[in-house]
Design a protein around this ligand. Sequence first.
Ligand code: NDP
Length: 503
Amino acid sequence: MSAEKPPITTTDSGIPASSDEFSLTAGPGGPTVLHDHYLVQKMQHFNRERVPERVVHAKGGGAHGFFEVTADLTQYTKASFLGQVGKRTPAFVRFSTVAGEQGHPDTVRDPRGFALKLYTDEGNFDLVGNNTPVFFIRDASKFSDFIHSQKRMPESGLRSNEMQWDFWTLSPESAHQVTILMSDRGTPRTWRHMHGFGSHTFSWINSDGRCFWVKYHLKTVQGIECFSESEAAAMAAEDADFHRRDLYDSIAAGEAAEWRVEMQIMPFEDAADYRFNPFDLTKVWPHSDYPQIEVGRLVLDRNPENFFAEVEQAGFSPANLVPGTGLSPDKMLMGRVFSYHDTHLHRIGANYEQLPINSPKVPVHSYNQDAAMAYHHSGTQPVYAPNSRGGPQADPARGADLPWSVAGGELGRYAYDKHAEDDDFGQAGALYRDVMTDGERQALVSNIASHASAGVSAEMQQRVLHYWSSVDADLGARVAQALGLAGATNGAAATAATAGTVA
Ligand code: NDP
């Protein structure tokens, strides 16, 4: 206990309160009076404590730290925060599950969000990633459908494995991500023991105007550690907040968490003829094609002081890209560029970027103004552009627009251009055959079987078998065996012959 006298309780207007425990009443047993504005305002504020929960990534935790450059990158990008070896930029990261609501156990099988905000000297740079290098779908038009299928059924409000497999098996492009999800990487031991990925293809542009396609990888220095299915379930029952607690407690104990930041960099011209469509979010670029280049490190070493202010009110957006960094024609990324900012406008408010956790550390000279809870005002700055009153002026040379050309740009609803080795199952098959150890393959089979036997119909199980046989014939056969459907694999296995390989 501190020996210092605590401050006096006040109303939110700063007026000293006369009691922390007694309402104002007419006599000791009398009715409470309405003009006890301290009591009334306390209840009113309590009723308004919650902001809308994030539709996805509702449950999370976060920490502050820094990003430090460890390699000369000036040949690839003119971004100031990447411009000098040793340069440090303040960072904030929010980790999360995807489908569960607030209060959901941290250790359930799910991808994990890995959202990074860098407060650079050219404005905020956000990398709103996951712990997986790919995603379930490749076009933003399917995003809300996908999320609905992973959440709750309309009639019962219950989650449904049947609904999840229904969506996945009807969306074969999901196979790569579902393979990762069903491996033990779908149940990371802690947030500190998993990688992060920007997942999408992004771009860099250097000071000579040369462009590159890039992928961001954040590799855990703590090492990959995963829970088995049964360990994850046991921890969900024992401590629903295990991941949030682990991050907070380890940093409070002075143990910083660190990730090596590595890039894959593709010359701009390679994209057209690369063997995979490089903008398809369901695919990786094999390391043998584009090796990872170590460029920096991310260190998290400071806990938030206030969870709501810093973790709940943090708003990340893939649109936040500083000069020298840019987008790509990835159709999921294009959708997210709109969607993230929009959800924060709804969830936190029109001026969410003025909150300290979201506010850039550079001056803002914007022509946006007013709206609810505006805190920083532009004073007498002119309110329109162009103006002859000395208002801010855009600088095309500093802006972050990437000059890419669009071939055959006729309006239409298109699938991606197919590149030589594009298919939905090949890279998932390569992961199973060429990357996983025997033990990891066994865990994959058993995790799939456990998920596909909990509330999943016999008819759906046939589709599940077909799906996994398309990834790999052996995998399909082993899943069939584990589901007790060994006789049913023949038809499904035949389909697997169509699955390509990526060596
Ligand atoms: P490499 O052998 O060069 O790399 C394999 C990668 O797979 C490593 O980064 C490894 O991570 C990661 N990995 C191992 N087990 C799993 C798992 N259960 N779930 C997800 N990732 C895992 O292979 P290639 O680059 O040629 O790619 C082969 C396959 O590896 C791909 O089809 C893809 O499925 C997977 N992969 C590829 C990545 C890439 O960017 N090229 C990134 C991640 C996965 P670790 O760092 O722990 O060794």
